[in-house]
Design a protein around this ligand. Sequence first.
Ligand code: GUN
Length: 282
Amino acid sequence: MYTLIDGRKIASEIRSELKCNISTFKQEHNREIGLAVVLVGDDPASQVYVRNKIKACEEVGIKSYAFYLPREVGQNELEEVVRSLADDGKIDGILVQLPLPDHIDSEKVLALIPTEKDVDGFIGENIGNLCLKKDCLVACTPNGIMEMLGRYGIDIKGKKAVVVGRSNIVGKPMALLLLNADATVTICHSKTADLKSECLKADILVAAIGKAKFITADMVKKGAVVVDVGTSRDADGKLCGDVDFENVKDKCSYITPVPGGVGPMTITMLMCNTYKAAVKRG
Ligand code: GUN
């Protein structure tokens, strides 16, 4: 019998704890906590993400500042917006929604975010500090997954963890966090030879591929903990993950559903990072 990891429940617990902490912070420091959200263009998925981030800010008591820029915005103009947010004392965290349009050099834009305001944990110094196991702002999705595993009392030390996907946003920081928690970590990707045999070794399997129902039952070891980062649509347009949930679940000790697993944790960790950035700034 498997246990379903309830991301909505944990996210809601964390948000209510955070709401209290933020309220205390605002009284003690006599100021708001500010998160700037920059959205370029009108990609519908990005618009939904940004709307949800702003809603989460309202829920926990963070003041959000939204900047909606047209798709045709120039590199210099966008850089100017980020530069001014970097210098703005009201702003504790800066989030530039990705992906940016092709004519924009994303790396140059992200490089303008000061390390201490990089609440997405995307820039080099935060990733470097994560690698060195120093305190830093950690990318929200992998950070949320660690929080879920922790709250369900899932042991990581000495376990074999397999992360499928090597993106800078999820796969790489996920692998570093699991390594920092003393797992033996393998990162798999599109060029991995015999992916199935690598996955079958996993006590903890994190699927961050971006392909619907990619992880099938024959790839999962009995008793494994399976974490699904995917947000694809199936043939009927229904949201589904990277894991073939219906067929995989009975092999698992724990599994995250889609929706209601990793998703609600990501934005919650963004709120946590913004609070953390504010506390650090004082
Ligand atoms: N695009 C998809 N996921 C994310 C995220 O976590 N942060 C940002 N900034 N953009 C994204």
